[in-house]
Design a protein around this ligand. Sequence first.
Ligand code: NAD
Length: 416
Amino acid sequence: MASLSCALLPSPITTTTRRNFATSVRRSGASGSLKCSVVRVTAALEKERSYKVTLLPGDGIGPEIMRVAVDVMQAVGRREGITFDFTEKLVGGAALDALGVPLPDDTLASCLESNAVLLAAIGGYKWDSNPPHLKPETGLLGLRAGLGVFANLRPAVVLPQLVDASTLKREVAEGVDIMVVRELIGGIYFGKPRGFDVNETGDRFAFNTMVYSTPEIDRIARVAFETARKRQGRLCSVDKANVLQVSQLWRERVTAIGKEEYPDVELSHMYVDNAAMQLVRNPKQFDTIVTGNLFGDILSDISSMLSGSIGMLPSSSMSESGPGLFEPIHGSAPDIAGTDKANPLAQVLSAAMMLRYGLGEVKAAEIIESAVSSTLDKGYRTGDLMSAGKTLVGCTQMGEILLDALEASSTVTLSH
Ligand code: NAD
């Protein structure tokens, strides 16, 4: 499958340790006499490939798809000598039911102590009429803010096997490969003041504040430029600078950062209404898109539909130095929860993104991605992807087929 490039790659401890180790061996001029100790140290470093991962299955289809992802990670871990120390915690509606809050303190603490966090989804009809502080979504926003994950990267790739699942014509959808970089912990979703009030004529009104500071814009712009640099070198910044002051500052800063630090990246600007239109008219014009929280929420959902199903797309959210948060872009799909109809692939690909970008385990990520690819090649589809001539499977069976594909690929590798 198409490989996903990303900028804000944290330095996973093991990779950094290995790199430092290799450099120090080179500097010391290590020769044959050092070979035994090098082997011993390398073996010790290999043993370090153990990661603390907090699992947040959440609500709805969350637990079903998380189970598949965990089985897949354990299988790839056994194969690659990686061990996972999984801790499962409550978030969203599940946490509200059990503990009365959508983000318990010990959930956030566990996440902060982990090397990475794998989330499924939160929310459901049951909690829809709760007051804001008791909504599952408040737990999700709190989690993102608590982890400081300001950069959300959402790939929208039309896989060749699924081109006919796109609602767009084949010639428009084929070959689409976009990365949407969305600012995640600022803008109107977090801006203050916000609330409800009553005006002087006695009418109720509600208000939110869309606000971005220069440092907030600069850091997301840098992530986006780095991302574009590792892809096709084209970045489109999306705003509403013809109307909003906050967008005017956004455009000014993105332009300045581009000129000063990334002259090699081709930068363009587009108003958000036009961007929404262009994404369905001619999506192949885009390589990397950077935008704020609200516009990114909408545009990344449009981009995801280009690929055929929301059930296929993973995302990663990265902070400046702490653990990353990896999750499918879809919600908890309460309409199909408990029916074994969920597509677990976005969750599995989120685990692959976690391995690649959060833990630096690129090979393990590739193994998972190619198992997904070969499962689709063989024609297996969950309901959301189903088309004539394909084999319909449920969530659990899709997981079993993925494990078989992993097993088969390990046999192929071993026979080389
Ligand atoms: P949704 O993504 O849950 O579902 C939209 C449609 O896509 C539904 O028809 C659903 O059945 C389908 N779908 C989604 N994921 C699927 C999968 N893996 N396999 C097959 N079909 C899938 O969005 P919604 O219906 O707007 O929201 C439902 C709940 O999820 C709400 O409570 C919402 O707040 C919450 N939500 C959570 C997140 C998150 O946790 N990050 C994101 C979006 C929505």
